[in-house]
Design a protein around this ligand. Structure first.
Ligand code: BG6
Length: 492
């Protein structure tokens, strides 16, 4: 509305995340007219740069969607006109005062009320000073101030509590948006829709029909260039404690009382609290090693110069989790995540019990996983949902085979309907919708679950099983699954 403006400031504006994700997402929202005309975007970082230099740097990362209007260049220009760069230190209140003034000068041209959003796209070691300085020196004096924090939110329960309480000194929980970008992914938002709006799934969604659930994440590249960050965290903190646990919670939670943020998050917290403490016996760790591929040498994790020599940091982990409640008692939830594997893919795979009785035993064979129903929610790439069924192969004989009822997003929906996760989440912050953000108690429960395990791994200096770059991961993951009579579906 006229008289109201929006200022978004990205701290760490010259960093990778800002350039690859955050600024392009803000641009796409602007492009699709989801942001008010009166929007200003500020980049703040330490590097000395002029406004023009910053804009040149950003320009090439702004995505032009194929659109009927075909006027992307004009939109880029008008977006860049709304951008400003401020360079400053992260621990000097004076520099934040200068930022505040730069924001105020722009806002004064636009109206009386201004909402401010700060995006902390910075390393965890400076979260607290930046949040404190921003809150103290740059809070909007005329409208709301909201702060988006990127993971990692701490390294364990204790450091996460410290971070939460330091942020709480200057920021109300209500205005703190902890981002987990997996929650912004189309297919992950669809889990709740699938479960609670389709009657056919409701009776099936429990131990009575589900034999196991697999939540798998793999990437076909290593930590290239991010080894310094990664080595301090490892794969469990990097994607399991947050992204994969969130997926599991949405998958397994009870039906929320409403779609309100608090109701959904109440249910997630409740189900996470029901997860049994993880035993080391149920965990497999791996680390990728170099491999020769034709005349190319694929680097091992330890070949990364930013990784300390001899590091035991896991780049792969697989584990079996159990939810001790009435719905899921005894059902293994197998989680697997790794870098430098044979493909990039994330999915949830639900394997059902096989049909009782003996009618088609002869045709189907006895290996149960070969003939039981499976529902797959493919998060990425090739977003899709498919249901594996047994069916008769057409013809005169009686032969059965598995076929898929297949919902491929690519063919069913146009690409424009698949916004990047960051787009959805930043728009939610503008609109004050917290459904897809992590509440502090949820974060606390996630750390309570993983901290003892991480402590054992690190105190005991557990050695990861080595696996070659580009492979399917350590063989131990296979043994872990077979202990529960499960075969990983993503490596069939
Ligand atoms: C990030 C992790 O949170 O998620 C990265 O820090 C990982 O290590 C990334 O590569 C994966 O995100 P996406 O959206 O590409 O699956």
């Amino acid at each position: 509305a006229k008289g109201e403006s929006l200022s978004i400031c990205v701290f760490g504006a010259s960093g990778d995340l800002a350039k690859k994700k955050v600024l392009p997402a803000i641009f796409s929202l602007y492009y699709d007219r989801h942001l008010p005309e009166n929007v200003r975007v500020f980049g703040y970082a330490r590097s000395k740069m002029t406004n023009e230099e910053f804009k040149e740097k950003i320009r090439e990362s702004l995505p032009c969607r194929i659109s009927a209007a075909g006027n992307c260049d004009d939109v880029i220009e008008s977006f860049l006109e709304r951008m400003h760069y401020v360079s400053g230190l992260y621990d000097d209140p004076k520099d934040f005062k200068a930022l505040d003034q730069a924001m105020a000068a722009e806002e004064a041209k636009m109206g009386k009320k201004a909402m401010r959003i700060f995006y902390l796209s910075i390393p965890p070691s400076i979260f607290v000073p930046v949040a404190q300085n921003a809150a103290r020196e740059c809070s909007s004096s005329t409208g709301e101030t909201r702060v988006i924090v990127e993971k990692p939110f701490g390294r364990d329960l204790e450091s996460s509590r410290e971070l939460t309480s330091s942020l709480a000194e200057v920021l109300a929980e209500e205005n703190t948006y902890r981002i987990d970008h997996y929650l912004g992914k189309e297919l992950i938002e669809n889990i709740t829709v699938l479960r609670f709006s389709n009657i056919m799934f409701q009776p099936l969604w429990s131990r009575a029909y589900i034999r196991n659930v697999q939540i798998c994440f793999s990437e076909n590249f290593g930590t290239e260039g991010r080894g310094g960050y990664f080595d301090n965290y490892g794969i469990i903190r990097d994607v399991m404690q947050n992204h994969l646990l969130q997926v599991m919670a949405l998958f397994a939670m009870e039906e929320p009382a409403s779609l309100d943020a608090e109701d959904i998050r109440d249910e997630k917290v409740k189900v996470i609290r029901c997860i049994r403490p993880i035993e080391m016996d149920n965990v497999v760790l791996g680390q990728y090693k170099g491999r020769r591929d034709g005349d190319k040498q694929l680097p091992g994790y330890l070949d990364d110069e930013t990784v300390p020599p001899g590091s035991k940091c896991p780049t792969f982990a697989a584990m079996a989790l159990f939810i001790d409640n009435a719905r899921w008692d005894g059902v293994p939830f197998l989680m697997k995540a790794g870098k430098a594997l044979h493909k990039r893919q994330a999915e949830i795979r639900i394997q059902f019990h096989h049909a009782p009785g003996k009618l088609y035993k002869k045709q189907l064979g006895s290996a149960s996983e070969m003939n039981s129903n499976e529902l797959v929610i493919r998060i990425q790439p090739d977003e899709s949902i498919y249901l594996r069924l047994n069916s008769k192969i057409p013809g005169l004989g009686m032969r059965l085979d598995q076929t898929d009822l297949d919902l491929q997003y690519k063919t069913k929906f146009s690409e424009a309907n698949l916004p990047d996760a960051y787009e959805r989440l930043i728009l939610d912050v503008v609109q004050g919708d917290k459904r897809l953000f992590i509440r502090n108690d949820e974060l606390e429960e996630a750390w309570k679950l993983f901290t003892p395990l991480l402590k054992t791994i690190e105190d005991d200096q557990m050695a990861p099983e080595l696996y070659p770059y580009g492979s399917r991961g350590p063989i131990g993951a296979h043994y872990l699954a077979s202990r529960y009579n499960v075969r990983w579906g993503d490596t069939y």
